[in-house]
Design a protein around this ligand. Structure first.
Ligand SMILES: *Cc1c(COP(=O)(O)O)cnc(C)c1O
Length: 224
């Protein structure tokens, strides 16, 4: 894979749409991340806490690390000191734990709420109605060490682009609704993290501000 070239091509495609690239480096060794880094890319996503921490320790400190995968409450403490953005907040209890760990180290931690839009039942996340309820009445305003930057979602894994499009449309409608509301001071609905290698082009049509792309940059993963 020509990592540098893949990133540059993606950047050009995303830039005109005001969308940023999170290069998903999970399962790939630090050397490959360094290859992307030395070509100028600084934003990487990992889906496992342990792997994220060990790569953070091994690699340059100006990398912005995003945790894109499911997060267990007992692991928040390991990433709280350095994580740039947690994409997959899927419960209020998890948010409370992030707030608690942020308070301990006096650091405001940026998060996205994960919205369940896919047909598959296994996918994590809040239903759209729950997101509205949590933001309107969930007490986020009294969690000063979290800042909600927006929403994240994953579409169904399918070749049917109409299904993917309708799922992305539903989360775009949700964020559009929220953007019109008076939000708690630590909630801003700027970011919409949708789109992976197979569906980022569709996501761009539905207001993505952040795509999480792995395979299209680094090639196929050997394990997941
Ligand atoms: C692995 C992963 C991605 C990237 O997937 P690709 O198909 O390799 O682009 C995006 N988002 C999440 C949450 C992931 O776990």
């Amino acid at each position: 894979m020509d990592i540098k070239n893949n990133i540059q091509k993606l950047q050009t495609e995303l830039e005109s749409k005001g969308c940023i690239l999170v290069a998903v480096s999970k399962t790939h060794p630090p050397e490959l991340i360094l290859e992307a880094y030395t070509s100028g890319h600084k934003v990487f996503g990992e889906n496992k806490v342990q792997e994220l921490v060990s790569k953070y320790e091994a690699l340059p400190k100006d990398i912005e690390w995003h945790l894109i995968g499911h997060l267990q409450r007992n692991k928040v403490k390991y990433i709280a000191p350095f994580v740039t953005l947690i994409h997959a907040i899927d419960s209020v209890k998890l948010l409370e734990e992030v707030n608690k760990q942020g308070a301990k180290i006096n650091r405001v931690i940026h998060c996205l709420l994960q919205v369940h839009i896919a047909q598959e039942e296994t996918k994590f996340g809040f239903d759209p109605a729950e997101v509205l309820k949590i933001i309107r009445t969930g007490g986020i305003g009294s969690m000063p060490y979290v800042k909600i930057k927006g929403l994240m979602a994953m579409a169904t894994l399918t070749d049917k682009t109409d299904i993917i499009a309708s799922e992305f449309k539903s989360v775009q409608e949700l964020i559009t609704t929220l953007r019109k509301e008076k939000l708690p001071t630590n909630v801003e609905m700027k970011e919409l993290s949708i789109g992976m290698s197979s569906d980022y082009k569709i996501a761009l049509d539905y207001g993505s501000t952040m795509v999480r792309v792995g395979t299209a940059i680094f090639g196929e993963r050997k394990y997941d």
